[in-house]
Design a protein around this ligand. Structure first.
Ligand code: TRP
Length: 362
């Protein structure tokens, strides 16, 4: 018990999460089946190379290492800050196409599903909402930032409570690993808190939920082609996985560089050039320093030419697979329905346990 107290102290810090991530990687290498990865995206559009290098590659690695993996499409979450819902279904299917094209292989252990199709998981929302206070919801820094970024004049209660819904997403299948970026850490802390409080209150001798852990991505944040902010479709600084080779070349051409013709790698003083070098490095595996050295006086022109070529080379097989998948809508739909069925089976079993410990079985 004492051990646990020590672990929980400072559990919310970034440093603690980095330490835990290292330990997790070691555990996965030894016994992947002991864990379950839970990850997901909102279906607001197609994915870009920032998603690919920042998280998709990692998901593929974990799934291929044999870790059972649930990939959820957070369709309800779209409604927290978007009015538009006409494209949710279409976007969900495009997400599946992106996942499969990147190398996710659905199986008994690897599933993709929209969370709206798993009613028993959503029902966990009701007990979970009683385990957090208004003040705790108010404090969430990521929610505050999202409200600001979306310029919301009034905040719906779905926005305010979506981190609790995310706890349902993670806990219904007893997920133990959530691969995240730094901005999602506050949400994961809330999920851990809910798991702990639920167990303490309803089932102190036999915990129902594990406390999931963050697995931080090793890839540094990928900036957009403007070199000043995170890559995102809405900022118009992204290259989509689905872009054609010509579109990729045109986007790279517009990327920001600087006045110094001699290419060097220095993320502090030359963030734009460093970001482009980093992208080449992510494609080729060569270090950004040695790429910079090779380009030398070749300038921005050569840097961009190299980036276009390495991106197109890396993305070519995925783009071909994308096209093939786009012409098989029935298959895409069957992946989602099959994933939803498997997710539901897990959710039904968990809700049963939850009802039992809450003394609600009739
Ligand atoms: N909030 C995540 C995003 O905006 C999506 C998401 C929903 C999620 N539920 C989750 C991620 C559970 C990880 C775990 O992309």
């Amino acid at each position: 018990m004492e051990d646990q107290t020590t672990e929980n102290e400072g559990a919310g810090t970034y440093e603690a999460a980095v330490e835990r991530s290292k330990k997790l990687e070691q555990e996965i290498a030894v016994n992947p089946k002991k864990h379950r990865v839970l990850t997901g995206d909102r279906p607001t559009g197609r994915l870009h190379i920032g998603h690919y290098f920042g998280s998709l590659q990692n998901r593929v690695r974990l799934a291929n290492a044999g870790v059972p993996t649930c990939i959820l499409i957070a369709d309800y979450q779209v409604l927290t800050d978007h009015d538009a819902f006409s494209e949710i279904s279409q976007n969900s299917k495009q997400l599946v196409i992106d996942y499969l094209a990147c190398g996710i292989k659905p199986s008994d252990d690897v599933i993709i599903y929209p969370h709206s199709y798993v009613p028993e998981a959503n029902q966990l929302m009701l007990p979970f909402l009683t385990l957090v206070s208004n003040a705790e919801l108010n404090r969430n820094p990521t929610v505050k930032e999202e409200i600001q970024a979306a310029g919301l004049k009034s905040v719906n209660a779905g926005m305010y409570t979506y981190p609790v819904h995310q706890a349902c997403d993670i806990l219904f299948c007893k997920g133990t690993i959530v691969p995240v970026g730094k901005d999602q850490l506050p949400h994961l802390e809330l999920t851990r808190l809910i798991a702990r409080r639920f167990n303490d209150k309803f089932s102190p001798n036999k915990p129902v939920f594990p406390e999931p852990q963050a697995l931080l991505s090793k890839t540094p944040t990928i900036l957009g082609l403007d070199g000043s902010q995170k890559m995102s479709k809405s900022r118009g600084n992204a290259i989509m996985l689905s872009a054609t080779e010509d579109e990729t070349a045109a986007a790279v051409k517009k990327a920001k560089t600087d006045a110094d013709r001699n290419i060097t790698y220095n993320p502090e003083t030359r963030p734009e050039v460093a970001n482009l070098l980093m992208l080449i490095s992510l494609c080729t595996g060569e270090t950004p320093e040695s790429i910079a050295q090779k380009i030398g006086d070749g300038g921005g022109g050569m840097l961009k030419k190299m980036l276009t070529e390495s991106l197109n080379e890396t993305l070519r097989p995925m783009r071909e697979e994308r096209k093939r998948l786009e012409s098989s809508p029935d298959y895409i739909r069957s992946v989602l329905l099959d994933g939803a069925q498997k997710a539901r089976n897990m959710a039904i079993a968990t809700l049963d346990e939850v009802r039992t410990v809450m003394n609600m079985i009739i």
